[in-house]
Design a protein around this ligand. Structure first.
Ligand code: URA
Length: 189
């Protein structure tokens, strides 16, 4: 697979991708969306039911919460770029298998190379494990900045986890404030 894509090539390649078994069950591939020059990228796990139906990331219940979290720190979804580790829905919303994530990661890396964000927010353990440390435990490691090759990475809870357990919202809010502060520190357009 190519590792360097132009945006048009990436969006053209994804709908016909069959690099893993998830392709067989999808309604739509969910490439990602947002500002192609965003300062911040949010990376989730994989499309759920609504995302598979519409072809857009984070538009179901977890996405609605993500929109609120963004708004709480003065960001609009159009100002960030939102993507997932896998671009096709895992059946029953199961966690993507390692080989599925591995097959799909070059697309996400191509998106990083095109957007060149200052910050990547890992929404949940699947994103954090696949992006910087397979041993991450999100309850232990969330909220701790990592700098990987000049890009700041912030692991935090997946919004779906916040919907299941309201008790996590306080920590998630702390993480969003860290994000707001880091954006202020780094400056830029
Ligand atoms: N959960 C995710 O991880 N990604 C989405 O796009 C939607 C729900």
């Amino acid at each position: 697979m190519a590792t360097h894509y132009a945006w048009e090539e990436l969006y053209a390649a994804l709908p016909t991708c069959s690099l893993c078994g998830l392709a067989g069950a999808r309604t739509h591939v969910v490439p990602g969306e947002g500002d192609p020059q965003a300062r911040v990228m949010f990376v989730g796990e994989g499309p759920g039911r609504e995302e598979d139906r519409t072809g857009r990331p984070f538009v179901g219940p977890a996405g609605q919460l993500l929109d609120k979290m963004l708004a709480a720190i003065g960001l609009k979804r159009e100002e960030v770029y939102i993507a997932n580790v896998v671009k096709c829905r895992p059946p029953g919303n199961r966690v993507p298998a390692d080989h599925e994530a591995a097959a799909c990661l070059p697309y996400l890396r191509a998106q990083f190379a095109l957007v060149r964000p200052q910050i990547i927010v890992c929404l949940g353990a699947t994103a954090a494990k696949n992006l910087y440390d397979p041993n991450v435990r999100i309850t232990r490691d969330r909220g701790v900045w990592q700098n990987k090759k000049g890009v700041w990475m912030l692991p935090t809870y997946h919004p779906a986890a916040l919907l299941r357990d309201e008790g996590k919202k306080k920590e998630a809010w702390e993480d969003m404030k860290k994000l707001r502060d880091k954006l202020g520190e780094l400056g830029g357009t």
